[in-house]
Design a protein around this ligand. Structure first.
Ligand SMILES: Cc1cc2nc3c(=O)[nH]c(=O)nc-3n(C[C@H](O)[C@H](O)[C@H](O)COP(=O)(O)O)c2cc1C
Length: 367
């Protein structure tokens, strides 16, 4: 698919997940294949222009991490424009504007979801960015502030007129937070509101079937996957295969999941150093572990990990402890297998929520 002047290898996108979609994670999923474009965590435009170490770390990249979009937030048009120019000068493929962040820190300065209530001002800010660079500028939004204020269709149209190359829509309102069902009709309304630019649907896609359903029911041009990629970094590869052939790939085995987790840890250590990389991995490893079957003995130890060797000790211990849940072929006994993932919008009406994707704890828990 195309994103402005870019041709992407697939219509599958890695969503920004602040604190998670760092360089090691992006490299990990890219090695498995299927990703059309990955996006960084959101980056404060002013901090980037001031070359603050934290902002520069967020945009750190490597040739294997291409094409890459950097997500910017901010409300000062000149800062957003200059940050886009700076990203272009670094060879970043595209800049995305955060318009759907319900975190107070972001809304207070007029960025995030607050942008959706001020269409004209936002369109001017976007036009200033679009006119200053050749790289595509996209925008990421929620459906609106609440059910009474579904602004995404109007915003998307105004942004298209201002020159954005694509819009990403998380099919929930700001008021919903992460609860309830992703609203496919709401995403479809955005698709219908724009004239020509691609709309990328987002929210709760955890399986290839869910991606296909979102594409078919909304008419969106692509699908962006966030938390689903943490449960299943193979989701891009598997979804692409499913969209191309109609065949579902088999679930990765426990050993494949462990291999990937260890690869991810190695990349964390390369990028952040052993001490910091291992500390950061404390909140990453439990995501992999969600598909391991019983994991309490793993999780309670891994949250204390501080070295690579320590991690491997934990893993060895865990492998031994996990034996009790296996049958004679080495597979998890059926009653210990994690339930299949089901996207919120694929549950039968009235069904109790199952397989919901928890929002990780931490400073970004109100996303
Ligand atoms: C921990 C966490 C951090 C997030 N950080 C960002 C962010 O930096 N920028 C953004 O636009 N959205 C952010 N989001 C929202 C996701 O990009 C995505 O829209 C949302 O999680 C729904 O997609 P999913 O169900 O595939 O995860 C974040 C979500 C979570 C759970």
């Amino acid at each position: 698919m195309r994103l402005g002047p870019l041709t992407l290898a697939s219509n599958l996108f890695l969503s920004p997940l602040a604190g998670y979609t760092n360089l090691p994670f992006r490299l990990t999923v890219r090695e498995l294949g299927g990703v059309g474009l990955a996006t960084t965590d959101l980056v404060n435009a002013r901090s980037l222009l001031e070359k603050k170490a934290q902002a520069l770390k967020l945009i750190e990249t490597l040739p294997a991490d291409r094409p890459l979009a950097v997500q910017l937030f901010g409300s000062v048009p000149e800062e957003m424009r200059d940050a886009a120019v700076y990203l272009e000068s670094l060879g970043i493929a595209s800049a995305d504007i955060n318009m759907g962040c319900p975190v107070r820190k972001v809304c207070r300065v007029g960025g995030g979801s607050a942008m959706m209530t001020e269409l004209d001002r936002t369109a001017r800010l976007v036009r200033g960015m679009v006119d200053a660079v050749k790289i595509p500028i996209s925008a990421k939004m929620r459906l609106g502030w609440d059910d009474e204020n579904i602004t995404a269709p109007d915003l998307a149209r105004a942004l298209e007129d201002a020159g954005v190359a694509a819009v990403f829509v998380h099919g929930r309102t700001r008021q919903q937070g992460f609860s309830g069902t992703v609203n496919l009709a709401g995403i479809r309304a955005v698709v219908q509101a724009v004239k020509a630019i691609p709309v990328i649907g987002n929210g709760d896609v955890t399986t290839p079937e869910a991606a296909k359903m979102m594409l078919e029911q909304t008419g969106c041009a692509g699908v962006s996957i966030g938390r689903g990629a943490f449960y299943n970094p193979w989701i891009f590869q598997h979804t692409l295969h499913y969209l191309q052939t109609g065949e579902l790939s088999s679930e990765p085995t426990f050993e494949e999941r462990v291999r990937l987790m260890c690869r991810h840890l190695d990349l964390m250590i390369e990028v952040f150093g052993e001490d910091h990389g291992c500390r950061m991995f404390r909140k990453v490893a439990p995501w992999y572990a969600k598909r391991f079957g019983p994991v309490n003995e793993f999780n309670k130890r891994v949250v204390l990990v501080s070295s690579r060797a320590g991690f491997y000790e934990i893993l060895d211990y865990y492998r031994r402890w996990r034996q009790q849940f296996l049958d004679e072929t080495g597979e998890l006994k059926p009653r210990f297998r994690p339930p299949p993932m089901t996207a919120s919008f694929m549950q039968p009406p009235g069904a109790a929520p199952s397989g919901n994707i928890p929002v990780p704890k931490g400073p970004v828990e109100v996303w």
